[in-house]
Design a protein around this ligand. Structure first.
Ligand SMILES: CC(=O)N[C@H](C=O)[C@@H](O)[C@H](O)[C@H](O)COP(=O)(O)O
Length: 221
């Protein structure tokens, strides 16, 4: 198992974010490592190649947006291949069975393991999706997509601890908590419920959103 127990920091910034680009994401990864992160989650070959310099295991994703399909996190085999070539030892992908421009997630899980020799990190939104992903052979199951699929909307402010607990109670594979874990207390709660690791993104690596939160919640109107 490549992913140690502990805190994973997601270092991602979209094109509209002033911190977009491998230079900034590489620096974020070094900061996260120095702060005690055990692994980095990053998007796309360029950022993945840059965050590798931190020397931690990399959970790679490849976001490919489409106007026709809802699935965008590593939707096909070519996307997975590109991020493994860039240095991701673990490939995260959308394991919901929603329509996608790519292979069925069960096929992707098998091919990523067999043909690319990488571990598979299944991003799911429901208990049933988590069970299926584990059956397909995923190495980790994560709550990443809870709040982001039709079945789980509207998106709550809090993380989906109920889903986390249901999965940790049932599955043998390590379960990872991800999505809206934005305080140390919430991270601690996830470990108490049996999470193997917790992924934190926005609240560590997105200063624009952090600033927005301080302004919205702290500054009188
Ligand atoms: C749904 C989706 O596309 N999630 C993405 C997955 O990589 C990222 O945008 C999130 O930032 C990440 O999951 C971490 O979550 P949070 O930023 O809430 O700590």
């Amino acid at each position: 198992m490549m992913l140690p127990r502990g805190l994973v920091v997601s270092c991602q910034a979209r094109a509209d974010n002033p911190l977009h680009g491998p230079h900034f994401m590489g620096a974020m990864a070094l900061a996260a490592r120095d702060g005690g992160a055990v692994a980095i989650r990053a998007n796309g070959p360029d950022d993945i190649a840059a965050v590798r310099a931190a020397g931690l295991p990399v959970i790679g994703i490849h976001k490919v947006f489409s106007s026709d399909y809802p699935v965008y996190i590593t939707p096909d085999f070519a996307a997975a291949e590109a991020i493994v070539a860039a240095g991701a030892g673990i490939v995260a992908l959308d394991c919901t069975e929603r329509p996608r421009d790519g292979e069925h997630p069960g096929v992707l899980v098998r091919r990523i393991r067999d043909e690319l020799g990488a571990e598979v990190f299944a991003d799911v939104s429901t208990f049933e999706e988590g069970l299926k992903a584990a059956e397909w052979g995923a190495d980790y199951v994560a709550t990443t997509l809870s709040g982001y699929t039709e079945a789980t909307q509207p998106k709550p402010d809090a993380p989906d601890l109920a889903l986390l607990e249901a999965l940790t109670n049932r599955l043998e594979v390590p379960v990872v908590a991800e999505g809206r874990y934005n305080t140390p207390e919430r991270v601690a709660e996830a470990f108490a419920l049996g999470a193997h690791a917790v992924v934190v993104g926005t609240m560590i690596t997105n200063p624009r959103e952090i600033t927005r939160m301080f302004v919205q919640e702290g500054v009188p109107r």
